[in-house]
Design a protein around this ligand. Sequence first.
Ligand SMILES: *Cc1c(COP(=O)(O)O)cnc(C)c1O
Length: 455
Amino acid sequence: MSFSEIRLNPTLLDKLKAKIPTLWINKDPEKYLPENAPSIGAIKTAKNRLKRSEQLLLSLFPQSLTASKGEIESELIPISKLQDFIHNKYSCQTFAHEAWFLKADHTLPVAGSVKARGGFHEVLAVAEEIAISNQLLQPGSDLLPLASEKARQLFSQYSITVGSTGNLGLSIGTLAAALGFSTTVQMSTDAKAWKKDRLRKRGVNVVEHSGDYAAAVDAGREEAKKDSKVHFVDDEQSLLLFLGYAASALYLSEQLEKLNRKVDKNHPLFVYIPCGVGGAPGGITYGLKALFGENVHCFFAEPTASPCMLVQLAAGTDKPISVYDIGLDNKTESDGLAVGQASLLVSPLMQSQLSGVFTVDDEKMFENLHTMYKTEQIFLEPSAATGLHGPICIKNSEEGQQYTKNKQIEFSNATHIIWGTGGSLVPEEEVKHFLERARIACKNNEKINDGRNKI
Ligand SMILES: *Cc1c(COP(=O)(O)O)cnc(C)c1O
């Protein structure tokens, strides 16, 4: 898209170009979803497929899944120490019945990130379809037979391939290889070495591409087109991924109920999710909106260098617009969020669902990583730490205050959920490195701010 065609508010455009952290509010969400939008039934079907896969997954990954009996789910962890610390630090108004939680998808078994939800769902759906069409399985039945020798032999004639900077490749590659598929992960050369090693150890063919993520994705897509027995997992277009993420909402609503956290007009739910191409946060938002409607307020977190969903939504067009189009370089240390172009499957769905997007620079992201570790002893990978800034953005910025005023939102009984999207598989050496980087960022930021913290 040429520069003159971009319809962004000039003030917003200037802020984005200068990489000034911004909260953008989706002022005028359309009331209606596009006609082809997935139904709540489709989300339940995905949830049901994941349920039917528990025995299968348990048999494939007994070490990781014995405790959960094959279930791929995560805890909702109260983070009251972090909540108090942040409120103090930013002189933020607090309420007695307000509560902050971390949705601990960084601990999702086997894959260690939110990608376990979407990625596993897609691989399971593909394997199920192949097995059904080869009379190995009845539609709707338990998926345990997919671990049989017969099924393995069948799957070995098929390939699953994915283009990924990291976590999606880990998720898809691990499960597809375990089921016996010939599995290829197309990565960019700068993807983390430990992720490549881990996949290679599991028998996955890792192909490295110089250039960025988009190039890796295109390469995979092209390879797959040549062969009908190759399934390409398309991070930018996949409904199966999207529905796997959306299914998370059903379990989360049970968790909230168990904790006695109501969600209604007087008990609003705020959710903050890091966004790369948009599939994971989009799916989660879609599922939550289907359940909680106007009482849930979802915000995405993006790096100041890569606000791809923000520009796509703010431009209000169905034509693709990238962060390069507005002169940004898409360079950030948040592995997985360095995405120049948002998914065009997801952005039209978010146009009517998402409350807003906030941007975070790398220094603030590392500062938040440090804060989470110091207060709660929880390590998140850098990308996952971007979400932490959400509650402050909403409470302390003019835009956030305007949003809550317009919607007559009472904070007194609000539940805030920060989505911890990844971290538990990061090797110890890397964790040390990130924590040191985080400690220094925190110290430097304190000097710059002279004790007065802004958003
Ligand atoms: C993939 C990922 C995201 C964002 O998901 P998208 O589907 O790319 O938007 C956020 N955090 C982590 C750790 C991830 O791996």
